[in-house]
Design a binder for this molecule. Structure first.
Ligand code: NAP
Length: 475
């Protein structure tokens, strides 16, 4: 498959301009739109998604393809203007970005079989690098159905899009320094991928999107009933229950001024207890099961670890009793809210990612205390902060910025208009430092850099001008 992608896929894509490849990516989106209803059924059956969960995965993937299809027309190759290097005026240098000559190996997590596939494929295909995608085995059915449709529609050159279902086998041993790996999954697997002897020996570039203990913070002065307070409650509940909390970006730590922690706990528990859990095929179900019983067991194990330092406000470590559902043959976890007993000494809350509908309230004393506690997460994909006071929001964004890849700051002006803490927008950077993997994806044209080699060319001003003209001609 790698050989086919390197020969056929590279040939088919390399001879096209960015704009032409943008049209191909748009055509992929059209194929998926035409078959959308079938994908929804697969997401509900294979991932335990509700219709809303399935929409986030499927439409998130299609939306990202469409966004990058439009970006195909943008100017990309020339990194900057030529610069003079010596006294002689006609000796100059320029930086170019050229598409890599290998294959983009995309190893994806189980929780987004559609979005995870297409958010990477869109960027890679626009850049002109063929894709070999490996979905996680537990939910590979949706990725398989989608890729099969795209291949059957013949909208891409042969070899441009390849799918490997099942274990990775010896895939990493077969890569070369021309290839790249974009990995999404747990920190443990990420370490194995990054440390694979062949990946290390050949310096294969690796982008890691790993797990993350994301924070949401309520500003000190925000009071019940204010727009920011209500937006905060809504967002925490949504993040805990959408996709049953199986989102890398989901809120796991809820930072609240110490004096308001009980009021927030009561308000959240009331909303969480009212969430209808059950068969995701039923129209009134708001939250379905976790994806497998293995994930359910891992979530209960994580909640037990959190509960060694925190009180359980609602939910817990037993499967909920649900009408018509056999506890022994299903994988449900009730929305579980915890509250720290002693925020200063607690550790598990900053270290354990429960990949399910669980989050912990962390009471904080003041701004400095909150910023210090948030940083204990060791690097996160995203944080969201909610308040009325712009000065406070500016200060806290600056304080916590170094340990994040994205921050959503909600003031009353966007309390009901923002796109959500956990929704990754193709226009914005996706990735985070430290524990989150130190990766960077999307972010508009910036996302294309990973699939390009950047180089400086030094030469005469005539030669540099010719190179500039050639680079411009492929846009
Ligand atoms: P995982 O167990 O680490 O698996 C991720 C992928 O790696 C799967 O496709 C898996 O294949 C593959 N894999 C496993 N061992 C491998 C090896 N030795 N060589 C190459 N590939 C290998 O993660 P997961 O359980 O699917 O996903 C959940 C985790 O992903 C959570 O921790 C979540 O936070 C994180 N996540 C992060 C992001 C992000 O963007 N940062 C997004 C979504 C999820 P098999 O399934 O065949 O084992």
């Amino acid at each position: 498959m790698l050989e086919f992608a390197r020969s056929e896929g590279q040939r088919g894509l390399r001879n096209l301009s960015y704009a032409e490849r943008g049209k191909l990516v748009g055509a992929v989106a059209d194929v998926l739109v035409a078959n959308r209803a079938r994908y929804e059924d697969i997401a509900i059956a294979n991932s335990g998604n509700t219709k809303v969960d399935a929409a986030i995965d499927i439409d998130g993937g299609i939306g990202t393809l469409k966004y990058y299809a439009r970006l195909g027309g943008a100017r990309m190759l020339l990194d900057e203007k030529a610069v003079r290097l010596a006294k002689a005026e006609n000796y100059q240098a320029i930086h170019l970005m050229v598409p890599r000559r290998g294959v983009a190996v995309h190893i994806n997590a189980f929780n987004f079989p559609s979005w995870g596939l297409w958010e990477k494929a869109a960027v890679s295909l626009i850049a002109g690098v063929p894709v070999l995608a490996k979905p996680a085995s537990a939910t590979a059915l949706l990725a398989h159905a989608m890729v099969k449709d795209v291949i059957a529609a013949k909208v891409l050159p042969d070899g441009a899009l390849n799918l490997l279902c099942g274990g990775a086998g010896e895939l990493l041993a077969a890569l070369t320094g021309d290839d790249v790996i974009a990995f999404t999954g747990s920190a443990d697997t990420a370490a194995r991928v990054r440390g694979h002897p062949n990946v290390v020996a050949r310096s294969v570039p690796v982008n890691i999107e790993a797990d993350s203990i994301n924070a949401a913070l309520l500003a000190p002065e925000s009071s019940p009933g204010s727009a920011a307070f209500d937006a905060f409650l809504r967002e925490v509940v949504r993040e805990m229950t959408v996709k049953a909390g199986q989102k890398c970006t989901a809120i796991r730590r809820i930072f609240v001024p110490a004096g308001k922690a009980d009021a927030v706990a009561d308000a959240l528990a009331e909303k969480l207890k009212g969430t209808k859990i059950g068969d995701p095929r039923q129209a009134d179900t708001r939250m379905g099961p976790l994806v497998t019983r293995g994930q359910q067991a891992a979530a209960f194990d994580g909640i037990r670890r959190l509960a060694s330092e925190a009180a359980i406000v609602c939910g817990g470590t037993d499967a909920p009793t649900l009408d018509g559902i056999d506890k022994n043959r299903s994988a449900f976890v009730a929305p579980t809210l915890l509250k720290l007993k002693d925020a200063g000494s607690a550790q598990a809350v900053h270290e354990v990612e429960v990949f399910g509908p669980a989050a912990t309230i962390v009471p904080y004393r003041d701004e400095q205390d909150a910023a210090g506690l948030i940083a204990r997460g060791g690097g996160s994909l995203v944080a969201s902060v909610y308040g009325e006071d712009t000065d406070f929001l500016v200060r806290i964004v600056s304080e916590i910025a170094p340990s994040h890849g994205r921050i959503l700051a909600v003031d009353p002006a966007i309390a009901t208009a923002h796109t959500g803490h956990g929704i990754v927008m193709p226009q914005c950077n996706h990735g985070g430092p430290g524990r989150a993997g130190a990766g960077e994806e999307l972010g508009g044209l910036y996302g294309l850099r990973f699939y390009h080699q950047r180089l400086a060319v030094q030469g005469s001003s005539d030669l540099i001008a010719s190179l500039q003209a050639k680079a411009a001609s492929v846009h």
